[in-house]
Design a protein. Sequence first.
Length: 460
Amino acid sequence: MAAAAVVVAPIDSLWAERARRAGALVLPPAPPSAIVALLAEADERDEDRSALGELAAERADAFVIAVRRALAPVTGEARLPPELSGAISAAPQRRVLLMSSNGSGMGHLTRLTAMARRADPRTDVHVLSLSSAVTAGAAHLPHVYVPSARDMGISPRRWDRVLERRLAKEVERLRPDVLVFDGTHPYPALVELARRRDAPRLVWSRRPMWRPGHGAEDLLLSRRFDLVIEPGELAATHDRGLTRGRGDALVVRPVLLLDPDEALPRPEARRELGVEGEGPTALVMLGAGRWYDAVTHQREVVDVLSQAVRDVQVLVARPRIAEGEPDLGAARAVSVQPLARVMAGIDLVVTAAGYNTFHETVAAGRPGAYAGVPAQRDDQPQRAGWAHDAGVGLDLGVGTPQAASRLREAARLLADEAAREAVEARCRDVWPGNGAADAMRAVEALADGADGGELVAATR
């Protein structure tokens, strides 16, 4: 007789989703008497008439596990199926709310999703995002979308009040132990939340590499947070921003969605991308176009690579958050997500030097040609310059007199297999590994009562 399990938990929780995938029946939280009734009803419908097991209340807020055990006819043993034993051995011990700002792309949301993927099975993770891409970027997590002021078409001051109400509502509904914010500007709603006596512990995932002189007022808000986590930056030696050398953050390795061993091998990646043959292949992704004319630059890149490199295949990645339709020229559009999964099928990545794509490219060991795009806070020109200096890619010199010659240099790199292999080897030399799990462990430690200052001090 096969064993079966019933899990009682919030039906939209990550923990409940994992239990469903493992084959359990998930029921909503209810008083023990109601749970017994639900289980009895389920048992009546079950042809094997398996016996009801015990109920164990794990937390005062109605998280309960109910295991319906199928009794072996002779020994009377009652066990969870092996595939369930790790995932549902205990009810969620902590709840974490991840909050991402809007930004000009998906970087903030992606870093938080990277952390969520590495959460302990007993951590119940939820997302509140201002990014319109949240339904795709965090589809596997329970999430709430709050449009930005720009998307709602209202003034920033009025929107601040909207966000304050929405955030307060979510905190009241979920009662998280920790709220993690990833963004460059902590909103007034977060500051107001920090003043409340019943507020969750607050974490700021504060990406470094700020443009010089930017963000002094925002940086003062660091003291409102119980812990500041700094996602690692490969280009740290070129960082000229105000966060450099502060010593107030827990610095982890670069935070990425996927580890290199999760990527497809080259043949499979090229098949998924629709690449034919073994000729050189370039992937062009120059951002969502909010900070410079990415459409025009993209067409220039496509034209130069297509004309200068024999048998080249040029692919253009369409960002989820974009303005205007791309002019593809001789290129072909691709929409594979996440792109890090198919990086092995690419010979040259031409991309804006934003945090996520830059680190994903180096982690995958792919040669990159980086556009140091002007951005609101992120010092992308310095990141692109570091790539050039470190030998992991080229700086396209966007907006400089060298831009045309740098693009021709990128075409030569794409055509030269030996030169690409040298860059790939250098990428492997500098890559320190993924820090997403380290960041999530720190958040969970904070939820379990650890002191933020002690977590920072322990890593110095």
